[in-house]
Design a protein around this ligand. Structure first.
Ligand code: GLC
Length: 522
């Protein structure tokens, strides 16, 4: 490994707190930073090393914070800057690092820059901060190219010029409220540098970088070969992403971050070619990259093994620790992905044990440690822009963002003092609250606590894994410390011989590992 094997983050367990949904301290039904501070003892007990906070900057919340109107201030809904200072101090006192989400690809359409660009009109320096173009066709009535928004519909919106007539179009790879910045304009980097320094000087320990494979656009903005893509997806031929120019931007970011040698950068990189992925992790670019292969794998021994092998190969190419994640605020929760109900939960726990056995960096998404499933929400409460942008054909990501249940027998389950939470909480979560699981042997929460504790106790997780021969449907790999992780993805029990079981995701049945379960043995 060429990059800082001893750095604090190189084998950390990160906890992703979606601030709207973790805990609400002021009774407005929306989670906030003082809520996260209130939850720190819980997180310390879970054993996490660091938090990743989704964006908390000032935002009109068209995409719940990924539309930033002021990148150097905290939105009042999350408690303002003082609340962040309180959180950083309290987290550091418990040896927990704080990383924040940065959104460099786009701003909010309510950012003063974009408002100025609209007011200043075509040809102005203000418009040069974004990607404005003339339309195509007669009188520019069609968008400049065929690009589609990741959220659905065209990636271009036409503006009304200061003279009252329809005029130029601006690019937004996401919602129209998220205009893409023009990274050819040096002002854009200068402003990001200010933002990086602002947070680092406040004591933040690093950044998750949103759409880290975006930002740079190919010259001439060539058409996409196909626009018939599943929502929120793109392939390696897609001209909207992964343009080579992005690497200069990452080098620039790294130069600034290097002034704070302990700080980490983690890129959201939806790039599945290993060589391309590894480029983002060169020694002068990002420290870490999210690898999403495990999220995409079905609960199947071959698929899981392929995902692990591929992620390890990509990390190895890059000389950077691998990263592992089973869920986040953009994808269905794994309990539901793996089939829902008892089987889905059993499989999610099994996969958590697989993930926690792997070398490198692990990300746990809030609620994963409680075994929360996705929630089927009624149409009228949906808030994700994907819902409207897809003409109400795609429900979007709200189902994995429902607030955490803490205690009590009915919503809002101690999340808030207000029953009117920003997304409704299902009454059946009464069985899944922190209070219901705390101290209860066999609960998902106690299982996560123990697995994380054991992971921390394993001093040598190595940099790769040794695969062991197994029957079909079973996966087994051994770490350098001799601990073997077994996953039973068959429909029958698998004998464990007389090895010592350190932990299992489900109770053994007469010494056998039941279906949909995993164990660590030594
Ligand atoms: C990233 C975020 C997602 C957001 C998008 C636009 O993919 O994870 O939640 O909607 O970027 O900023």
């Amino acid at each position: 490994m060429t990059q800082s094997p001893d750095a604090w983050w190189s084998r950390a367990v990160f906890y992703q707190a979606y601030p709207r949904s973790f805990r609400d301290s002021n009774g407005d039904g929306v989670g906030d930073l003082d809520g996260v501070t209130d939850g720190l003892d819980y997180l310390a007990r879970l054993g996490v090393d660091a938090l990743w906070l989704n964006p908390v900057m000032v935002s009109p919340m068209a995409d719940h914070g990924y539309d930033v109107a002021d990148p150097r201030d905290v939105d009042p809904i999350f408690g303002g800057l003082d609340a962040l200072d309180r959180l950083i101090e309290a987290a550091h006192a418990r040896d927990i690092k704080i990383t924040m989400d940065l959104v460099p690809n786009h701003t909010s359409s309510r950012h003063p820059w974009f408002e100025a660009a609209l007011a200043a009109g075509p040809g102005s320096a203000q418009r040069e901060r974004y990607v404005f173009r003339e339309g195509s066709g007669d009188a520019g009535i069609h968008p400049p190219n065929n690009w589609v928004s990741v959220f659905g519909g065209p990636a271009w919106t036409r503006v009304v010029e200061p003279d009252g007539n329809p005029g130029e179009w601006y690019l937004h790879l996401f919602d129209p409220e998220q205009p893409d910045l023009n990274w050819e304009n040096p002002e854009v980097f200068d402003d990001l540098e200010k933002t990086l320094r602002f947070w680092l000087e406040r004591g933040v320990d690093g950044f998750r970088i949103d759409v880290a494979h975006g930002m740079s656009k190919p010259p001439g903005l060539p058409d996409m070969a196909t626009t018939d893509l599943a929502m929120l997806s793109h392939d390696s031929q897609d001209p909207r992403f992964n343009h080579d120019g992005v690497h200069d931007i990452h080098r620039g970011i790294r130069t600034v971050v290097n002034d704070h040698p302990e700080a980490v950068t983690i890129g959201e990189i939806w790039v599945f070619d290993n060589e391309d992925f590894a480029k983002y992790l060169r020694p002068d670019e990002l420290h870490l990259g999210f690898n999403f292969r495990l999220v995409r794998a079905e609960f199947d021994a071959i698929e899981v093994r392929e995902a692990i092998e591929n992620s390890l190969a990509a990390a190895d190419l890059a000389g950077s620790p691998p990263t592992w994640t089973l869920s986040n605020h953009d994808v269905d929760r794994e309990v539901s992905r793996y089939g829902g109900g008892e089987i889905g939960l059993a499989r999610a726990r099994a996969m958590a044990l697989v993930m926690l056995a792997l070398p490198g960096v692990v990300f746990v998404y809030n609620g994963e440690e409680l075994g929360l499933p996705n929630v089927d929400l009624p149409d009228e409460v949906l808030q994700d822009p994907v819902w409207e942008r897809s003409d109400r054909t795609e429900r979007g990501r709200d189902g994995c963002r429902v607030p955490m249940p803490w205690s009590g027998e009915a919503p809002p389950f101690g999340f808030s003092s207000s029953p009117d939470t920003w997304l409704p909480m299902p009454p059946e979560w009464a069985a899944l609250t922190v209070a219901k699981q705390d101290g209860v042997e066999g609960s998902t929460l106690e299982f996560f606590r123990r697995a994380i504790e054991l992971r921390h106790g394993r001093t040598d997780l190595g940099t790769g894994v040794e695969w062991l021969a197994t029957p079909t449907g079973v996966l087994a790999f051994r770490g350098p410390d001799g601990v073997t992780c077994l996953l039973n993805a068959t429909d029958h029990p698998v004998p464990l011989s007389d090895e010592d079981v350190l932990i299992s995701s489900a109770p053994l049945v007469r010494g056998d590992l039941p279906p949909n379960a995993a164990a660590w043995v030594s």
